[in-house]
Design a protein. Structure first.
Lengths: 354, 354
């Protein structure tokens, strides 16, 4: 694949590109960015090694897929990208987008794709029409959910790293994707923020039902209960997943909401308190750890931040990318033991959810 | 108009029909229900006076509109209604539906409507694609929001009655509809439960912006923060509207969630506590009164329930249909005075929302 980021290299907006470079580097031929053409991904994004940035699709003739690598607030494809996408279609590449503006709703793209026999893939497209049922939930599967004080703060990365860390620790764990980037990385999932509101709880519940054969599932969070735009998505997901444990993710140094810089973020204490009370409306739950996104800070500063937040919240804290997820893995294993979900023996503790 | 309820006469499922009979009786020619044909609406629904129930559209030749009068869980049109809808189309009647299954997504209805020149109106259809912006909110407009412990518990009726009561008390107040029935009654609004989750907060905010020229707006609530299916809708609306005051609505005697009878309802105290903390994430807010839906109970039983709940919660309580909304009107007027929103003089108290 070639990933387009053309003109958008900051880590928040280009998070799809950066996550693909981090988790699917083997499949990436190049990143299309005219401003940085000639550099390597390591130089520009800090991940992706020697994968080149290119200024023309002709430089990557072997690529058969073009992936839109950004997630701007509002979810619209930048208008100046039109010629790039049309050229990819003319090269019969599949074009993959996770944005709210669907490729196949654009008459010009659709005509071009039909003419050239190219595929248009809209990752956010879905036909979710089922309400939650609260039936068939498997009690023995431990449900972990990554949450945040904001959107774009590392919930997906924390989820992937935590699930992988649990796997390395011998636990049968799966990452469950709920957003376009996670779906690209995991190869499956549901773009919950694009689901019709009435059916979001049902869509989240179906993700649990589809993955609860694992001993632990780590369901990627979306938005934040505190975000003026996306709290609806965060609550539908929280209540549909009915997690046993939460991992609080936040970006170090950020003081205001992503995309709404006039509104201050709540304190982490308030985030923990409100998330726990919101989750407990449906199912017993608590925050078991904190994941610090220390992107851009020194190792020493991130270590100090983790110590500080661990002491403030009384929770294990780490930057899963910098330190590895071991502290969070240990917290999840402890919760699993405490809830009696690690043993195949039927546990005593039960509730209405089975 | 003719309202179809065919086979669905209970007050929860037939709430669209009953509300139209209550608030728009002048426009209703008849209700189509083959089982009760020959009776009057007063006999069957307790409202609508002598408006007849009919078993054939031929009995109402003057009607030019057929309205789907039910709101079943899941929002689908009963399959056995197909011949009724096709006959209405053949009679060149407009067919109006608020259900999730759109009329115009049905090839047979669409073909028939084109052939006969009939209109298909899907009230839940929307193209909301704007995120919340938190700009231009008018501070002087008092925002009231009706909430519930469950869906289908009287939030729309309470909103209409409260706005009308405020009007009678000389306050410039407007009811703002957020569901299909409210939209039919008010003639405008947004079907928020059908909006894509990412844009629900924005859609709710736009309803505020469009109506805040009034001194008080009473925004109809949807679902409940406690409902396993619809909590997402309730939070998106709550955070988009940023109410100053809430009115708690509940159905007397109901013990389990509507449509999920295996899950018990939370206590009213818990509902008040969690709704207030959820609302305060965005804006200062408190519950100012309770609206009891005493449908099916005696006057004495409803009066006793109102006294009991008023004392338990320390809030004024009434059944707005049976007692009128005066206690709630007084509570809203008190809140308006307390927040300094009744005077045209610029008040001292401000916050980041203007």
């Amino acid at each position: 694949m070639v990933i387009v980021t053309d003109g958008h290299r900051d880590t928040d907006t280009a998070k799809t590109a950066i996550c693909l470079l981090r988790y699917c580097a083997d499949e990436v031929v190049a990143v299309f960015d005219r401003q940085s053409a000639g550099k390597t991904c390591r130089e520009v994004f800090g991940v992706g090694g020697a994968i080149p940035l290119i200024g023309s699709l002709a430089e990557a003739p072997e690529a058969d897929t073009l992936v839109v690598g950004i997630a701007p607030p509002g979810g619209r494809i930048p208008p100046h990208w039109r010629p790039i996408i049309l050229e990819a279609i003319a090269r019969r590449m599949s074009v993959v987008s996770g944005l709210h503006d669907f490729l196949r709703d654009d008459a010009e793209y659709l005509r071009a794709a039909e003419r050239h026999g190219a595929r248009l893939v809209d990752l956010r497209d879905n036909d979710e029409r089922d309400v939650a049922r609260r039936e068939g939930i498997r009690r023995r599967c431990l449900r972990i959910h990554t949450i945040g004080n904001d959107c774009c703060c590392g919930k997906m990365v924390c989820g992937v790293e935590l699930a992988r860390g649990l796997g390395r620790a011998g636990v049968d764990a799966a990452f469950v994707a709920t957003g376009q980037t996670g779906i690209l990385v995991a190869g499956a999932g549901c773009p919950v923020d694009r689901v019709i509101a009435d059916f979001l709880g049902g869509a989240a519940e179906k993700l649990v039902l589809a993955n609860q054969h694992h001993d632990v599932i780590v369901v990627e969070g979306q938005g934040s209960l505190f975000h003026p735009r996306y709290s609806c998505v965060a609550l539908g997901l929280l209540h549909g997943v009915m997690p046993d444990g939460l991992v609080l993710c936040y970006t170090m140094g950020r003081r205001t909401f992503f995309g709404m810089e006039n509104i201050p973020l709540p304190s982490l204490e308030k985030v923990v308190e409100f998330y726990e009370s919101a989750a407990r409306v449906m199912h017993p739950c608590r925050v078991v750890g904190a994941a610090v996104n220390g992107d851009g800070f020194s190792d020493a500063a991130v270590a100090a931040e983790c110590d500080r937040v661990a002491s403030r919240l009384g929770l294990p804290a780490c930057d899963p990318l910098r330190h590895g997820p071991d502290k969070l893995v240990e917290a999840v294993v402890r919760l699993r033991r405490e809830l009696g979900k690690e043993s195949r023996v039927r546990p005593r503790r039960t509730n209405i959810y089975g």
